[in-house]
Design a protein around this ligand. Sequence first.
Ligand code: CA
Ligand code: CA
Length: 242
Amino acid sequence: MLNRRILSAAVAVISLAAPALAGVNLEFRAASQVARINDTVSVGLYAVYTGSGSSNISAMDVLLQWDATKIQLLGNVNNGPYSWLQSNFPPDSGLDGLNNTFADGNAKYTALANFSATAQAIPAGLLVTTLQFKALAATPGTTISIPLTLGANSRTAVYGNAFPGEDITGTRGTANVAVCALAANGDMNASGTTNGDDVQAFVAALSASSTLAVDVCPGDFSGNHVIDSADVPGMVAALLGL
Ligand SMILES: [Ca+2]
Ligand SMILES: [Ca+2]
């Protein structure tokens, strides 16, 4: 206990001496996405070091919150460069029960580093894991957030390894997912019909490689979430009423 007090005092002194300590931000990429109902939406969770060089990560708990009427968490895919000892949604029924079901719009993700080689957050961002959601209902945009706390026991935290419980949590990002109401129909100007008036907006979206929902929803015939040349045949067919 005494040791903990000394440690706390030391940490307090260090904090006073260096108020702008670098930390590890949690970011979602892509931060803005467009999907159609029943699509799987992949959202990368990144650990971004705000200092120079890298920062050791021994573990992290990341709380997630979303609108369960619009999207549904399916789980995570571990496709990052670091091989975690654990990277999943462990049962927490004895605590706040956030992982009892994903249908209520919250969950707690946990990663534990290997003891032999800790994970390294870098300024460019370490892909921690990829979260997968299913698009359920049309919306111009719904937010996935990382609350600091949920329930009585659950807290978002990134831990270093300088000493047990070293908290290096920085900022917590958000992601926005738009879910299209309709299949692509070429009605770029939302007039209710597809005709010559939609050509100009389509060409503008094409040359901008638009990923905006207002363009992708009516104009992404190829289904890759961007207006590109692969959408031209679909647009032409829609204009011809085929
Ligand atoms: Ca139109
Ligand atoms: Ca496309």
